[in-house]
Design a protein around this ligand. Structure first.
Ligand SMILES: NC(=O)c1ccc[n+]([C@@H]2O[C@H](COP(=O)([O-])OP(=O)(O)OC[C@H]3O[C@@H](n4cnc5c(N)ncnc54)[C@H](OP(=O)(O)O)[C@@H]3O)[C@@H](O)[C@H]2O)c1
Length: 300
């Protein structure tokens, strides 16, 4: 199965290419493409990009992901997150191939009090979430054979993410302030890549999950403050010191985009549909990603 993966310079796309790179023996050939070969901001040229690769399946983790900047660049966010995926889905429909599309917990408004299920009503608070929600809707209209995989709070050893920001800032400061009233689940990019790989394997085995929208994150939940404490707990063993993290409210840390106060996702539907789905606690995943980040620092 030849699988076209978009956004190879990103956290999830990169993790998927690395993880699946050696899977040729399992019948999986990954063709990773960057923006230079498939630009979601140029929907009219996506058909040509598909034709050049002739995939059997498309995985689309690429997206406009700058949550705050999207408030100023709303049109661009919609072009990349709605029009690009819409054209991708149309191209897949034309070729009668499937699409696995990565989406976000920020489609929800955060007023929920229990983990969000895939069928719960969406009500994005910001332009980024709205653009991703519009992309989901466009895909559902254009293509029957799709899996929309919503995930949350993505981080990796490399890339612009919360863990790396904390490690950069915490190295030089004795005290910092982190928001403690937004709840979610930190999810390692490599775990999302493993989930996508399990979806691909199920297709190859003739037992694909039914088309639709699913949730995938690590197990458990925390706040940004809880996540930062877990990061510094691990960093302290390396640094020999630990910054003090003061818990603050969202109101004390205003950002251009509003974020959901609660965006924990209920992953049980995907676990039930795909028994081979790997999943682990966010703390166990953090152990691994943190160690990878430290190892990368040593060799840098
Ligand atoms: N990051 C999070 O916390 C988070 C949370 C929930 C859901 N998600 C979703 O998870 C997915 C993966 O996120 P991520 O954290 O891996 O993202 P990321 O690290 O920010 O990477 C985004 C990728 O998209 C590519 N891209 C941006 N604009 C493009 C365009 N016009 N055409 C083609 N490619 C383009 C980027 O390429 P360049 O390097 O060329 O810019 C990059 O490879 C996204 O769909 C995102 O919405 C992310």
């Amino acid at each position: 199965m030849r699988v076209l993966v978009t956004g190879v310079t990103g956290q999830v796309g990169g993790a998927l290419v690395r993880l699946a790179g050696g899977k040729a023996a399992e019948g999986i050939e990954i063709v990773g493409v960057g923006r230079d070969r498939l630009d979601l901001a140029e929907p009219g040229r996506i058909e040509g990009a598909l034709e050049a690769v002739r995939p059997d399946l498309v995985v689309n983790p690429a997206a406009y992901t700058a949550v705050d900047k999207a408030e100023q660049e709303r049109d661009l966010a919609f072009t990349i997150n709605r029009d690009g995926p819409s054209a991708l889905a149309a191209g897949c429909a034309e070729r009668k191939i499937g699409l696995i599309h990565v989406s976000t917990d920020y489609v929800f408004d955060g007023s929920g009090t229990r983990p969000y299920r895939p069928e719960d009503p969406v009500a994005p608070l910001g332009a980024y979430g709205a653009s991703k929600e519009a992309g989901e809707t466009a895909i559902r209209h254009a293509l029957e054979d799709h899996v929309i995989l919503r995930t949350a709070w993505v981080y990796a050893a490399r890339g612009g993410n919360f863990m790396n920001t904390m490690l950069r800032v915490g190295k030089d400061r004795d005290e910092l302030k982190v928001v403690a009233d937004q709840h979610g689940t930190p999810t390692a990019a490599v775990d999302i890549a493993s989930a996508v790989l399990a979806l691909i394997r199920a297709r190859i085995d003739g037992t694909p999950v039914a088309s639709g929208t699913y949730h995938y994150t690590a197990d458990g939940a925390t706040t940004w403050h809880g996540f930062s404490e877990a990061i510094f707990e691990r960093a302290a063993k390396v640094w020999g010191r630990r910054p003090v993290v003061h818990a603050i409210t969202t109101d004390e840390y205003p950002t251009p985009a509003k974020r959901p106060a609660y965006s924990v996702l209920d992953t049980s539907a995907l676990i039930a549909a795909l028994p081979s789905l790997p999943h682990r606690s966010w703390q166990t995943a953090l152990d691994e990603v943190f160690a990878a980040r430290m190892a990368a620092e040593e060799t840098a």
